[in-house]
Design a protein. Structure first.
Length: 342
């Protein structure tokens, strides 16, 4: 019996599955179907590569602000269900600077729910400090899958060439959480979907226990603490629009190291191994593709074959972790809407 099929096992598919269960759906009625599953790595699977912080760079349209807020204010439920911070979801202070002051609408929204919120004046044009959520992305995805499996959800590996293949005999509703899966999936090809390439340098830094970032018109510099990771610190980054390359480049790593250590000098000055960039222990360098979409995320319900439901939930770009629980809540609301039989 599989009334619900969730296509995609990235953070958006897992959040969506979690929301279904929170709405009282029987876990044995849910199958997650994906080409890549937690524990896998591929340039076609964005979720393990995310820095995984809650940050304030998202757009300031009302829908995105609402998804961010919903996620921020409900993540503690998920953290508790998964057994506490050791699941790979913990909290650290974060400081963010902007070269130009964000809109009043955005700042008012943030101020209304961020914990320990304060405006800081020691940096560029505008800055705030608050208590963030930090994910250890690959580890968290695995723990999330184990949690859902223990509840009774089935995970199946498979690559679809057409979304129609997702409908099993008794399936009523399919969720399309395929991220960048766009180009490989027949059905309704969404040409608005495009990648935003990022590259990050992961270093070992037990001496840094908070996040710091700076957003400019054409650059993004960020420092993210990864919880329960044996002291990994993520340094980034880049926002390369429409670039499909999963390769990494040394000049970009050097640029990242220069920018992040300028923004957060203590990365070097407090490093027990020495205070130059060469003294930093680089754990790895990775590139990932954020699943972006012109016009923003797509959360929509369609009817297929008269009585079957298809709900789209993709296009989370650089904020799947921080907005995804709110997105999933909306997708599940659309799916269950007016259908008491489900
Ligand atoms: C460098 C970098 C840093 C980032 N930092 C952050 C951050 O700090 N905070 C944050 O919130 N976000 C961050 N992001 C963004 C975040 O990674 C994405 O928003 C999120 O992972 C998107 O999740 P998803 O589930 O939509 O897509 P994905 O994780 O890509 O999952 C897609 C799923 O669909 C499956 N699929 C696709 N097509 C098919 C098919 N045809 N058949 C079967 N299965 C299919 C795939 O196998 C996979 O399971 C970052 C991203 C990058 C690259
Ligand atoms: C921090 O979060 C923002 C928005 O969620 C994201 O774009 C950025 O890439 C993240 N930083 C890292 C290191 O992943
Ligand atoms: C599912 O989502 C992808 C984007 O990830 C999109 O390109 C595709 O058209 C969607 N499938 C259907 C059947 O709409
Ligand atoms: C849609 O995607 C399928 C599968 O990749 C492809 O064969 C087809 O040409 C695409 N259609 C359009 C209009 O791009
Ligand atoms: C993609 O980005 C890489 C790294 O910055 C660069 O070398 C390459 O030329 C880019 N490709 C395109 C098509 O822009």
């Amino acid at each position: 019996m599989t009334k619900y099929v969730v296509v995609g096992s990235g953070i958006i598919g897992l959040y969506t599955t979690f929301c279904l269960l929170q709405h009282g759906v029987d876990p044995y009625q849910v199958t997650v179907l994906a080409e890549y599953l937690p524990g896998d790595e591929s340039v076609n699977y964005a979720s393990p590569y995310a820095g995984g912080n809650f940050s304030c760079i998202t757009d300031d349209d009302p829908a995105t602000l609402a998804y961010d807020k919903h996620t921020y204010t409900h993540l503690h439920v998920l953290q508790r269900e998964l057994g506490g911070p050791a699941c790979g979801l913990d909290r650290y202070l974060s400081t963010e600077y902007w070269d130009t002051k964000p809109s009043r609408r955005k700042l008012d929204s943030l101020a209304s729910y961020l914990e320990c919120y304060e405006v800081v004046t020691d940096g560029p044009a505008y800055g705030i400090r608050f208590k963030s959520w930090n994910f250890n992305c690959p580890f968290f995805l695995l723990n999330f899958q184990i949690y859902l499996q223990d509840k009774g959800v089935r995970f199946k590996r498979g690559k679809l060439s057409h979304i129609a293949q997702a409908y099993l005999a008794d399936t009523r509703c399919v969720f399309n959480c395929t991220g960048l899966g766009a180009h490989g999936l027949g059905g309704v090809n969404d040409t608005a979907v495009y990648p935003t390439r990022g590259q990050v340098v992961v270093v070992k830094a037990p001496h840094v226990t908070e996040n710091r970032m700076r957003w400019g018109a054409d650059y993004a510099t960020y420092v993210i603490k990864r919880p329960y990771s044996n002291d990994q610190l993520i340094l980034g980054g880049f926002m390369h629009k429409d670039n499909w390359s999963g390769d990494t480049f040394r000049d970009q790593s050097n640029d990242i190291l220069a920018r992040t250590t300028e923004l957060f000098p203590e990365i070097l000055t407090r490093n027990p191994r020495g205070s130059s960039i060469a003294d930093l222990e680089v754990v790895r360098v990775v590139a990932g593709l954020r699943p972006s979409r012109h016009g923003g995320v797509r959360i929509e319900r369609e009817l297929v074959d008269h009585n079957k439901i298809l709900v789209h939930n993709y296009g989370a770009s650089g904020y799947g972790y921080q907005a995804g629980l709110g997105m999933a809540h909306e997708a599940v609301r659309l799916a269950l809407m007016g259908d008491s039989k489900i």
